[in-house]
Design a protein around this ligand. Structure first.
Ligand code: ATP
Ligand code: MG
Length: 601
């Protein structure tokens, strides 16, 4: 049976030069269930963060705690026996945890931490694959009011030690193998690390304890102490795409954004089966792989295995996923394999698909229609924002290639920095820096130990470091990261536009564009291209691509050079590292590579 989803009509192409794809129109026949956000303007004017807070329960002991909203409030109500987490192991084995069970397990772990003398505000690091203990440890530590920092388990020893040093880790939860391979040798550098808890081993020594033994001995009753909404809850490190990863602090109040964006941007409904493919080592995997779905009381599907397209299609079908949140890198790989590979699966339960993390090329949005019967709904945010800020909502017409419109409660604008340190907004349609009016609940409370980087706040705005523009309908279009923008013969060129034009060519699987210094033009546009299977990287295709780009973009913007690569260097969170391509091209130092995917080293 083929995929079924909202049927959407297309109409004549937009005049907008960022895309030659037609707007994907939605109408009332488009939805399997009525969307949570029906009319954008009505929802925005009715919205206030104070009202959004009322959708949450609040702690009986006072204040607001992420873990209480995610787990206990459901465990104490009619959802107690609903599956909260379905964890699917690498061999396909499933383990289910109801909200009631998750409350008991997280209570035990909160008791373990308290019995070890761990205090509110202490840092608890988690270095685990996507196994049940990861979720129990994070939520249990939040109940004990610790600051939780999940690390990506594929990191090497150095990035792990550096992050734990910056975050002053007091407790680490990990596996025996990860501990032996990645932590033990560097433990001397971590004097604050009192205790390592191994989820799969017996204890060896006073400071390396056994999860099983500790949790078995602990009570499964725990009352989360009063938590001020402004108390620190999470420490996340950015992806390191543009430089050294930054440690970002979020507070318990962030859960208000997680809930509201789960409602509007992911359109979560009570009976959904939700799958966020990101690892909790990145902010998406925590905000939307743990917190948002649980605050909505839905069933959250957790998949331990790494990406593999047929396995993913099988899981979407088998688990009857209804809402799927994934990333452009995965979508581009699926595109490489072709839409026909999807047709053997019954994906009739899937009603909403969203993407985040990198610019989503218009080509990929439209391919979603072909393969899944649904467009991928792009949304934009960053570690510092804590939650989705700009999105294509379920009810909204999708302009392929646009990031969508700001969430209710979020004021976004395009600004220019002034010499006096302030900012001014630019005219409609002009490019500038994407800025967000400060004050939403999941806004970062600062970078850890990096006071100087606070320069991103000015005149009541948070400056994102991304360049974008806003069209006459209020849709935002990504141009590029401020650091990646190319200045060629007086033109400012956003890499995304060039990469998207290259992606439209049937031979291109991935493209990354950099500015290469040039004595005459200042910089010229150079593209690195990975071809789809079955295409040969030769002179003929190079010429064809150069010609295609010139036709689409004009000579001033089109790349002058194209270099073919089997793969492009990416962060472990799947973002193309243009800064590394540039450093290598220019023979400059490669900088912090702690988040680079290892096969690219
Ligand atoms: P670092 O700040 O360390 O260089 P990073 O910015 O990649 O790394 P993240 O916070 O994980 O770290 O990523 C956020 C960034 O990813 C955004 O600022 C933006 O540049 C990019 N991004 C995320 N979603 C989108 C999107 N939908 N469209 C375009 N770009 C996006
Ligand atoms: Mg960033």
């Amino acid at each position: 049976m083929g995929p079924r989803g909202p049927r959407s009509e297309t109409e004549a192409p937009l005049s907008d030069n960022a895309t030659r794809y037609a707007t994907i129109r939605k109408n009332s026949a488009s939805f399997a269930v009525p969307p949570n956000l029906v009319d954008y303007h009505t929802a925005c004017s009715a919205f206030s963060w104070d009202r959004a807070r009322k959708d949450l329960s609040g702690l009986p002991s006072g204040g607001l705690n992420i873990a209480y909203e995610a787990v206990d409030r459901h465990a104490r109500g009619p959802r107690a026996r609903r599956v909260a987490l379905r964890c699917i192991g690498k061999a396909g084995e499933r383990r289910d945890y109801t909200y009631g069970e998750l409350a008991a397990f997280t209570n035990r772990f909160a008791n373990v931490l308290q019995s070890m003398g761990v205090k509110a505000g202490d840092s608890v690091f988690v270095l685990l694959g996507r196994v049940p203990e990861l979720y129990v440890a994070m939520l249990g530590a939040l109940k004990a009011k610790c600051v939780v920092s999940p690390l990506f388990s594929a990191f090497g020893p150095e990035p792990i030690a550096t992050r734990m040093e910056i975050g002053e880790a007091r407790v680490l939860i990990t596996t025996e193998a990860l501990y032996r391979r990645k932590v033990e040798a560097l433990r001397g550098r971590l004097p604050k690390l009192d205790c390592v808890i191994l989820v799969d081993a017996d204890e060896y020594g006073e400071r390396t304890r056994s999860w099983r033994k500790l949790t078995r001995a602990a009570s499964d009753a725990f009352e989360t102490p009063a938590t001020h909404p402004q108390e620190a809850a999470l420490l996340h490190f950015t992806s390191g795409t543009t430089g050294r990863p930054k440690g970002v602090i979020h507070v318990h109040e962030a859960v208000v954004t997680h809930y509201a964006t789960g409602l509007y941007a992911l359109d979560l409904h009570d009976n959904d089966r939700f799958w966020c493919t990101a690892d909790p080592g990145w902010v998406t995997g925590t905000s939307y792989g743990v917190i948002a779905p649980l605050t909505h009381g839905v069933t959250n599907i957790v998949v331990e295995a790494e990406f593999d397209a047929p396995t993913w299609y099988g899981l979407l079908a088998q688990e009857k996923i209804s809402v799927w949140y994934t990333a452009p890198t995965a979508i581009r790989i699926m595109m490489k394999l072709g839409a026909s590979a999807v047709k053997n699966y019954d994906l009739s339960a899937l009603r909403f698909a969203a993407s985040v993390g990198e610019p989503l090329n218009a080509e990929a949005v439209v391919w979603g229609m072909e393969a899944f019967g649904l467009p991928f709904h792009d949304n934009w945010w960053q570690t510092e924002a804590g939650g989705i800020m700009i999105a294509n909502f379920a009810s909204m017409d999708v302009k392929p290639g646009s990031m969508g419109r700001p969430l209710p409660g979020i004021e976004a604008s395009i600004v220019r920095r002034k010499a006096d340190g302030g900012v001014e907004t630019v005219a409609a349609g002009e490019e500038g820096e994407l800025a967000l009016k400060t004050g939403w609940p999941s806004m970062m409370r600062g970078y850890l130990h990096e006071e100087a980087r606070k320069k991103c706040f000015a005149d009541g705005w948070y400056l994102t470091g991304d360049l974008a523009r806003c069209d006459e309908d209020g849709y935002f279009w990504f141009v590029g990261r401020a650091d990646d923008v190319i200045k060629s013969s007086g033109h400012l060129i956003g890499p995304f536009e060039v990469e998207s034009a290259l992606m439209e060519h049937p031979a291109v699987a991935e493209a990354a564009v950099i500015g290469k210094p040039d004595p005459i033009a200042g910089e010229i546009v150079k593209a690195f291209v990975a071809l789809k299977l079955g295409f040969e990287a030769d002179e003929a295709i190079r010429k064809e691509l150069l010609g295609h780009a010139r036709k689409r973009l004009g000579a001033a913007v089109a790349p002058k050079e194209i270099e073919f690569r089997a793969n492009l260097p990416k962060t472990r969170s799947g973002k193309i590292m243009r800064r590394l391509l540039k450093a290598r091209e220019l023979g400059l130092p490669e900088g912090d590579l702690s988040t680079l995917e290892s096969d690219e080293r």
